[in-house]
Design a protein around this ligand. Sequence first.
Ligand code: FAD
Length: 381
Amino acid sequence: MRAIVIGGGIMGLCSALALQQTGHRVTVYEQGSIPNPMGSSVDHHRLIRHPYGPLTGYAMMINSAFKAWGRLWSQLGQTLFHATGTLVTASDDTAWVDQSLSDMNALGIRVEALSADGIRHRAPMIRADGFEKAAWIDSGGVLFAEPIVAAIARHLVLSGVTVNTNTPVVDIDPVRGSVTLADGTRARAEIVIVACGPWVRELVPSIMGRVKPSRQVVAYLEPPPHLADAWRTAPMILDIHGAGGIYAVPPVGGTGLKVGDHTFSRKGHPSRKREVKPGEAERLFEACRSRFLELDAYRIAHAKTCFYTVEADERFILEKQDRAVIVTGFSGHGFKFGALMGEIVAGLTNERLTPTEATELAAGRIADRKRIEALTSLCSD
Ligand SMILES: Cc1cc2nc3c(=O)[nH]c(=O)nc-3n(C[C@H](O)[C@H](O)[C@H](O)COP(=O)(O)OP(=O)(O)OC[C@H]3O[C@@H](n4cnc5c(N)ncnc54)[C@H](O)[C@@H]3O)c2cc1C
């Protein structure tokens, strides 16, 4: 079967790979370069973690996500992941952490409640006060995002997939399975995967009320020299402060120390105003003060903007519409599921999953680990 994939981010590339692996003739169209620094998928790193607060269905899907990454590493001949473990602190409202720890228990993942001394031992550069609950979770780590995107694209080309960069698709006809390129050329396939990240509304206007591009600022910090080693072996840090808080990604594998916040801006257009405005990086820096010791000894190395594609309940959208499959709404937490989502797209295309099963799985509405494993293994058999 011929398949067209629109979008060369993690979702489009993983879908292309899984489709190619299951015998389809695949063509990818990407409006920019691959990796495209404007896309959601392209930065030094993305986190993969088990704790998921109220979204238990995603916590239960992480083991399947790790297995899908394992299959991807085998195909690529390299592992682009670094295990760090996860340190969670919560203040104001501990419901997110309480639910996460109960899920870890159900999954058999080792968790350690941390006292102030425990925090000092695990992450000596973190403030060991001002939290109501803190825990070490013995799983999770860093996916090297940009190298992963680049490696999959290379692998696709070597495997015979046609990858067209700098080739925007300007229109799709889901009923006919056709796409129109900027120069007016048309291409057709039995299946069209629309994986356009924060640009999805331009090709699928009907998705309008359901997803919103959300401009987010992240900052790379340079720690003082005496804390550099501690950061290089640090866990990822999730600081949950009421409905907000910050996260810190340790500088593993030659990457930078990155911080971001958990609050969606729900504003902006992914092609416009990408520069960081005066004061934005400094505000994020200040948000780190309640968790970082000696913050004034740090320097903002650089800051950048990136776009989430936010769905109201942070649930992914993977839906079949005639000959099109729309994959979007990854809401700031999709990368870790990229390899698995690609397999689910192929599972749906190959009728190993029903449209309802694929949609429910992607939306994290199946909170039963065994059922998730049974369904996802149908896609990768
Ligand atoms: C700051 C930040 C931090 C994040 N942290 C994490 C994290 O720690 N863990 C995690 O799991 N997830 C995280 N995410 C979310 C994750 O990165 C995204 O969910 C994921 O990358 C979405 O991938 P995508 O392929 O859907 O979108 P994209 O990567 O944006 O890919 C879409 C591609 O489609 C192309 N395109 C769009 N329109 C067209 C068109 N008309 N024609 C051709 N090509 C087109 C675009 O150029 C783009 O390359 C984070 C995101 C951001 C922004």
